[in-house]
Design a protein around this ligand. Sequence first.
Ligand SMILES: *Cc1c(COP(=O)(O)O)cnc(C)c1O
Length: 252
Amino acid sequence: MSAERDQERAQERALELADSLERVRQRVAEAERAAGRAAGSVQLVVVTKTFPAVDVRLLAGCGATDVGESREPEAGEKARACADLPLRWHQVGQVQTRKAGAVAAWADVVHSVDRERLVAALERGHARALERGERPAGHVLDVLLQVDLADDDERDPGRGGCAPAEVPQLAEAVAGAAGLQLAGVMAVAPAGVDPRGPFERLAEVAAALRAEHPRASAVSAGMSGDLEAAVAAGATHVRVGRAVLGARPAIV
Ligand SMILES: *Cc1c(COP(=O)(O)O)cnc(C)c1O
């Protein structure tokens, strides 16, 4: 009886995720159209933090290709539990320097690099992961620079991100690091403001970066609440959690 009920719940969850993923895909497609951008020009990264590996598996079954995580050890454990799936794994949240090695063992993209010490720690951690065979030979870790778009006196260290003025030097550090590839920029819109201004600002930072590093073309911006504004401003990646998976405990 209870096994039956479990199976019923699993089926319900599968339907629920398929449905919400489809709705978010439609939101992205509509935002692309509204912005006059090509269909499929925005990559959806489904942020699965706090949700179990079984949800990641269901999402992969619905065609999700990119998933985002935030915290150790949950992230690494989930990525290893799903290693058989054809997924690209993104670290979207802040990375403590001492956790960089753990992140480099599973992530394909780190969106939140905001200081040189973290670049050095990721470079070392990635080299070690290659040595240990945790990453296939030739694996490259894509790195986005997280930019804090708040005014100088309103920077929130909890949200992370470097000042726009720090981007060029940090970009050089990543470009010079073995095994890391500078891929673009990322931002989280400051709370309580219209996100359009900050996202336009990010687009300017991204254009300046591309002028020096033409391959660093990714712009990661937009979450469940503001993905339309991000796509309108030129985001190439949106990071969506709640709108696909449902509410999370408030701590993350
Ligand atoms: C959790 C998280 C997201 C997803 O946020 P939702 O509001 O659930 O869509 C996106 N980006 C970062 C950096 C996050 O930590």
